[in-house]
Design a protein around this ligand. Structure first.
Ligand code: NDP
Ligand code: BG6
Length: 512
């Protein structure tokens, strides 16, 4: 098994503070990091992992001595991997100065080993090659499991018995899905823990690496004007909205086994909710933050089916183009009831949030692509201006945190329309990132890969967080599946099922 070394022995600073100054200084010259992308021939590796690694390299964020290995069953030479990486590599760095030169340098550090995921011998061959590159330095090894979940355990078992680092650290990034309910998640976790300590497991939820999600805590805890308002006393409801303007094309096989609730709500949206609603952590230390998130998750009221609306997109013709139904995908059964849309009303039964509806909405094949947090504040008591043109709804403030695209924080306020009369309207105080900051926003995978290399666990999911997230959603998912709840069909490219509006209306909420 992996040497169950406690991370941090060699180089891992555990706070951002140390990141800039002391990242690899202790053993910079004597240690090396080998990053093995397991499943390197796949979609995620090409789309996200290699581009993120290149961006980190370009920005000089990778340690001095590093090697990247692709590992998968497909037969490929080092040159072919490099060719694949350079052809598919599109990232924010593309148009930068010296990009080509940097790319060549990067590719020279990339290698490939072909092997089965369940073969100790093949991982032993990989180990041999890694050792050659490590050249006697303290070897730190990071394995990124970018493979389907049913082969996670085999890969971890083989890597642990045949390719673990000797006296350096060994960490494993595990991609979602982490199971499909409480039981399968617990099985996965206990299987992983046969070979790894919890602090070697980096469960990735890439939404936690998004700039505006990371900024949530800064916004709340370092601005006096927000934190005092952050409770049932001033907040009427909070909305977490995820929409994509494309369907599940190409991923139907995976998606049909999971559905939108498992794909987006149980992880991405729930993680944002936990960060949004948590109490002030004792410090910025990963454990302190994750302790607070777990408390929120464990305070959540069990989800009732009556507080959930599900939908599935159907075919739609627009502008002479026929957009397919979810079930038109050949890898999806014709009679599939898997939701591609869901809306839910959730409640946190604690003193801060008692009675405040937290509404979630997630859908594929909708009219736009966006991820947003919307905070709707209560009405101004005894509103002095009620009689002059602000109806009650318009009079409330709203804070919009646009996670993507076009990142922004917008505070909607009531304002006097300039002029001699007295007329109010609602205007926006805008913080548009593109206008305010010239620096590009890194991709979420860049931040998360860097954190994993540095041993920073704050943005990764701890096993008790995962358990609490599944405990919330598993009974609901079982009920939906056992009762064969029929989703409300909505046209591809529409705003989704009207049921979502009735659900919100039940709590006197209008979706933003
Ligand atoms: P792929 O389906 O592309 O699989 C990755 C690689 O795994 C393939 O290239 C293939 O490599 C190998 N593989 C695929 N199916 C099997 C199988 N049945 N048995 C053995 N090996 C197999 O996955 P993705 O790259 O799309 O995703 C990787 C992981 O990341 C998954 O867990 C996925 O759920 C997760 N994920 C993916 C996202 C995405 O956008 N793609 C987003 C978020 C999470 P070879 O045949 O060469 O061995
Ligand atoms: C993944 C989901 O986790 O997140 C996909 O499996 C979804 O279905 C994707 O498309 C969205 O990520 P992003 O970063 O493009 O919003």
């Amino acid at each position: 098994p992996f040497e169950k070394l406690k991370d941090g022995l060699l180089s891992a600073p555990s706070s951002k503070e140390s990141k800039d100054t002391a990242v690899f200084n202790v053993n910079e010259s004597e240690s090396t990091v080998s990053i093995t992308v397991v499943g390197a021939s796949g979609d995620l590796a090409k789309k996200k992992i290699f581009p993120a690694l290149f961006a980190l390299f370009y920005e000089d964020c990778l340690p001095k001595h590093f090697t990247i290995y692709g590992y998968a069953r497909s037969k490929m030479t080092d040159a072919e991997l490099r060719d694949m990486v350079s052809k598919t590599l599109t990232c924010r760095i593309d148009k930068r100065e010296n990009c080509g030169e940097k790319m060549d340098q990067f590719l020279q550090r990339c290698f490939y080993h072909s092997g089965q995921y369940d073969s100790q011998d093949h991982f032993a061959e990989l180990d041999k090659k890694l050792k050659e590159h490590e050249a006697g330095r303290v070897p730190n090894r990071l394995f990124y499991l970018s493979i389907p979940p049913n082969i996670f355990i085999n890969a971890v078992r083989c890597a642990s018995s045949s390719a673990s680092s000797g006296n350096g650290w060994t960490r494993v990034i595990v991609e979602k899905p982490f199971g499909r309910d409480s039981e399968s998640s617990a099985t996965l976790t206990s299987a992983l823990k046969q070979y790894l300590e919890e602090d070697q497991i980096f469960r990735i939820d890439h939404y936690l690496g998004k700039e505006l999600v990371e900024n949530l805590s800064v916004l709340r805890f370092s601005n006096l004007i927000f934190e005092p308002l952050w409770s049932r006393q001033y907040i009427r409801n909070v909305q977490f909205i995820f929409s994509e303007d494309f369907g599940t094309e190409g991923r139907g096989g995976y998606f049909d086994n999971y559905g939108i609730i498992r794909d987006i709500m149980q992880n991405h949206l729930l993680q944002i909710l936990a960060l949004f609603a948590m109490e002030t952590p004792v410090s910025l230390d990963a454990e302190d933050i994750r302790n607070e998130k777990v408390k929120v998750l464990r305070s959540m009221r069990p989800l009732q089916l009556e507080n959930v609306v599900t939908g599935q997109y159907k075919s739609h013709v627009r502008g002479g183009i026929t957009y397919p139904a979810y079930t038109d995908d050949k890898t999806v059964p014709k009679d599939s009831l898997t939701p591609t849309f869901a809306a839910a009303a959730l409640f946190i039964d604690n003193a801060r949030w008692d009675g405040v509806p937290f509404l979630m909405k997630a859908g594929k094949a909708l009219h736009n692509k966006r991820a947003e947090i919307r905070v709707q504040f209560r009405h101004v008591p005894g509103n002095l201006y009620r009689s002059i043109g602000t109806d009650l709804d318009r009079a409330t403030n709203e804070l919009v945190i646009r996670v993507q695209p076009d990142e922004a924080i917008v505070l909607k306020i009531n304002n006097k329309v300039p002029g001699l009369g007295m007329r109010l309207d609602r205007s926006n105080l805008n913080l548009h990132y593109a206008a305010r900051y010239s620096k590009e926003i890194p991709d979420a995978y860049e931040r998360l890969l860097l954190d994993a290399i540095e041993g920073e666990r704050r943005l990764f999911i701890r096993s008790d967080e995962l358990d609490a997230a599944w405990a919330l959603f598993t009974p609901l998912l079982k009920e939906i599946e056992e009762k064969k709840v029929i989703p409300e069909y909505y046209p591809y490219g529409s705003r989704g099922p009207v049921g979502a509006h009735y659900l919100a209306a039940r709590y006197k909420v209008r979706w933003g």
